[in-house]
Write a protein that binds this ligand. Structure first.
Ligand SMILES: C[S@@+](CC[C@H](N)C(=O)[O-])C[C@H]1O[C@@H](n2cnc3c(N)ncnc32)[C@H](O)[C@@H]1O
Length: 291
């Protein structure tokens, strides 16, 4: 992980070198539209109210949770006592980005969404209100945190919290009951060896329109999660990565992903990176845009 000072330098460099965030001189009509209608959209949507009221409650919540230390740099099995208010102020995405994700999903009419790293469920609460949402699946490995998020998200509908480590093995092994084929017994389905929690979750999706990868910020898992999720995406989908400049490993992962031939457009907003797979672009494009 980079030091605060290193990140500050990188951020200043991004501000200097990134394209202006108003779309001037932008030749790609798709990106111009994304900037003008999504990034620059300052409207105060009704959907912003409930998640922010929830965030306020969390910031005042002094309950202490026993939290598994997952993700980058953690030692498996370690737990830490953390106040809910502290988690809410350090691990939860800033409202600027939760709102942006809500606007992206709403603008492109994304119905099936996957989030890796629920934390307390603030961004999930935004995404749960996307008009026309068919399903939001959000995954969290820290039990007590997932429980709190699940309680809040129960009030939104169409949201499912999957508990457990992304790479944890799915209980039940390789064969799974797929349903009753006839009245003589079950039809068993080969799920292709022992799956990870993420593989099983992705396999259960009919398709993935948008995914937000916001947990376990390391190179190898990030690349693996990209591959797993990509299998259920389509030309209109997008995958959003959090903290792409957080460490050298994350910068390497981001660089590999944005250069991947399947990615036709990548957008660097410094704290998040977005990749699209649309076929209409004549050539592969990459933009760093001030946000
Ligand atoms: C930065 S927080 C997510 C914030 C949330 N997306 C939001 O916008 O409010 C990352 C979360 O991912 C979880 N996490 C990290 N690595 C994980 C792993 N390998 N398996 C499951 N959960 C993990 C952490 O417990 C943490 O709650």
């Amino acid at each position: 992980m980079y030091s605060r000072l290193q990140i500050a330098f990188k951020y200043i460099n991004y501000l200097i070198t990134a394209r202006n965030g108003r779309g001037h001189g932008m030749h790609s009509p798709f990106v111009y539209e994304l900037i003008r209608n999504v990034l620059m959209d300052k409207k105060q949507y009704k959907a912003y109210e409930k998640p922010e009221a929830y965030r306020k409650r969390l910031l005042k919540n002094e309950t202490i949770l026993e939290v598994e230390d997952l993700g980058a740099g953690s030692v498996s099995g370690k737990t830490k006592q953390r106040k809910v208010s502290e988690i809410a102020s350090t691990s939860v995405k800033h409202r600027r980005y939760s709102r942006l994700l809500y606007r992206i999903a709403s603008y492109y009419k994304y119905g099936r969404i996957l989030e890796l790293g629920t934390s307390l469920g603030v961004t999930s609460a935004y995404l749960a209100q996307v008009p026309g949402l068919e399903e939001l699946v959000t995954m969290e490995g820290a039990e007590a945190v997932a429980e709190l998020a699940e309680r809040e998200l129960a009030g939104y509908g169409k949201v499912r919290v999957v508990r457990g480590e992304f790479d944890g093995q799915v209980a039940g092994g390789r064969w799974q009951v797929a349903g009753l084929e006839n009245d003589t017994g079950y039809r068993m389905e080969d799920r292709g060896g022992s799956q990870t929690n993420l593989e099983k979750t992705v396999a259960d999706f009919q398709r993935i329109d948008m995914a937000f990868i916001d947990g376990n910020h390391r190179k190898e898992p990030t690349l693996r999660y990209f591959e797993t999720i990509f299998s259920k995406t389509h030309a209109g989908s997008c995958i959003i990565f959090d903290d792409i400049h957080w460490s050298a490993e994350m910068e390497e992962a981001w660089d590999i992903i944005r250069k991947d031939a399947r990615v036709t457009l990548s957008i660097d907003l410094f704290f998040i990176g977005i990749v699209f797979f649309r076929k209409e672009f004549r050539e592969k494009q990459h933009f760093s845009i001030r946000f």
